[in-house]
Design a protein. Sequence first.
Length: 752
Amino acid sequence: MTGTRPKPEASAAGVLRVAVDCPLRTLLDYLPPPGESAPDLPLGARVQVPFGPRSAIGVIVAQAQGSALPGRRLKAISALLDREPLLNAGLLELLQWTAGYYHHPPGEVIAAAIPAALRAGQSALAQERWLEITAAGLHASLSGEPRRALRQRELLKMLAERPAGISLTQLDALAPGARPAARALSKRGWSRFTARAADDSAATPALMATPRSAAMAAAPELSAAQALAVEAIDAAAGRYGAFLLHGVPGSGKTEVYLRAVARCLERGANALVLVPEIGLTPQLLERFRARLPVRMAVLHSALSDGERLAAWREARSGRARVVIGTRSAVFAPIPGLGLITVDEEHDSSYKQQEGGCRYSARDVAVRRAQQAAVPVVLGSATPALESLHNVQLGRYRPLPLPRRADQAAAPRLALIDLRAHAVHQGLAGPVTQAIGRHLAADGQVLVYLNRRGYAPTLLCTSCGWIAPCSECDARLTVHREAAQLRCHWCGATQPLPARCGRCGFAVKPVGQGTERIAETLAAMFPDAPLLRLDRDTARGAADVEAVMNALLDGSARILVGTQMVTKGHHFPGVSLVAVINADQGLFSTDFRAAERLAQTIVQVAGRAGRGARAGEVLIQTEYPEHPLLQSLINGGYEAFAAGALAERAAARWPPFSRLALLRASGRSAADALGFLRAARECAGDRPPVRFLGPVSAAMARRAGRHHAQLLLEHAGRLELQRFLEAWLELVGRLRESRRVRWAIDVDPLDIQ
Ligand code: ADP
Ligand code: ZN
Ligand code: ZN
């Protein structure tokens, strides 16, 4: 299926293969700038290149003897922006591997790994502002100018004595308050401000590890299981090894990361610590700061461009010894990398789901560890089935932490049959009774419901009309506090109507969201302070932190929330957890829904309990006899996982096969499906992969576009990769592709 390339034309100066931020699936060939020869230009350096009618900044990825392009069509690099590589060889290789594995344009993958300011051509080194004297200034100073401004005259004299200039930091120290004078001199043309690279050479790792041990928090004595884990990771230093640290919430996984990172630092190497959520970075950073006397850099998506650039430079220079970050931090430049840890490795936020290259930061982390020959630790209370399978295959070494560090007993899980009890506003009798009992016994209550808003449906009680989104196939969610109807798919909002849009009769909200459950519970238990935590109440990490603190200090007694409550925090005072609706995960068309449900239940259950007081967990369901729920209740996550893996093997789903999903959206169903059909056809009559589809997505119309998909399956990763390589080349050239937006998702998490 591949076209044959013309024979490369030799070129005396050699050719450079450059990644330019554009949707092309290939690197672009350029000649070296005049007077330079290709082998002298560093790989990983940025260059300015002519690109169509404009000029672009790219990164040199490879050198070549010749190009498939005829010599006269080859253009020369217009400028070399870095003498030292911006990206070192290891990182460059990792980025290319990522582009190749996820079949995404390499220029875009590399660009996404570089802070915006550097993509615009700014220096890779940290910058400092300097003040220096001009020739005119020197002249003026010699003749005693400016006569009437004393401060300016003194400053000019000072600058004349320092022809190399002075950094503003130094100036502030030597002559406090001299900045207005400096500005005035610069206006006269007697001095000028410049930007210079800060001195990176002083930042050797050993010097930065300023020992602050005296102020450091004391480390707890490790349990036997923790000690074994730390020793195993430490013993793997200097070579590749993947570990699955598997322990219930509160079993001391974070303590193991901390110790393993400390050992890594002692060896003089640096560490990369990945967390799934921005909201968890401050918490983890605090814990690491309290224990490790080194500089750390934090990288996540909520940073401003300036903050990201600063953190990136800290990491790249080696000044930061530990880099803590979310998904994209897996591409952080880290010299002397010695260890990678991935907390909550099952978390779906490690996978980029929309836009750009759809990579899994966990899987890229494992790849990075392989390339750098360092250990990688994946930790979770509820490992992904893929990871458990990798343990079975002997690819990952298991490090079990069987007990909670605080000795709390395991929570007791029970199913509440929604068909067998009176249900008031979504709450079954036994659940409300249990809430009352726990509040009376000084406990706290956590209520989990994966649906925000007041009610998922607004219904006309006369004609049956349901408020729809005009742009999506979705129903609009009622948000009563905001007095709005909102579409959770496209974000559209409108005022909450009092009457039916069709017949004018009264409408009523049907079903429960967090807002409504909170309202019901507040009315039932007026003396218990209640808080809600979902994307409507918490906009940023600070809001989440405030709610968590209120629960920790006891000022809140009931917390109602979405997925956000299942992550990171441990609440010793919580004695009861209620899961309002388990059934969304039981009968989904997505084969991963059950795994996600089990993970959520175990994670939310793990938030509760302290000491001898075991937490109680009540799960509302209409299907208490469902085998998945039964195995989870009776055998825990391990039993569930064993059953679920057997089902996956029988159905040939991952991890027993490899998937890729070709997604497309167009103005009409015909456009989207037509493209996917053509894509399937261009693979020939007997393709080496199994195709499923094309079909419209479960929520087909979203924001006015029709979404559809074509699933590809093969038992072997390599075979699937090889097929995609050749096939996507053809897909990109299909006439039908011009009418759609399409993207390939390798190892998709969400296949609905
Ligand atoms: P996880 O990351 O598995 O949820 P953590 O490392 O956060 O667990 O540990 C849970 C709690 O137990 C924390 O408050 C931690 O300080 C404490 N802890 C962890 N290990 C020990 C230990 N060996 N001895 C005493 N307390 C510990
Ligand atoms: Zn009506
Ligand atoms: Zn919508």
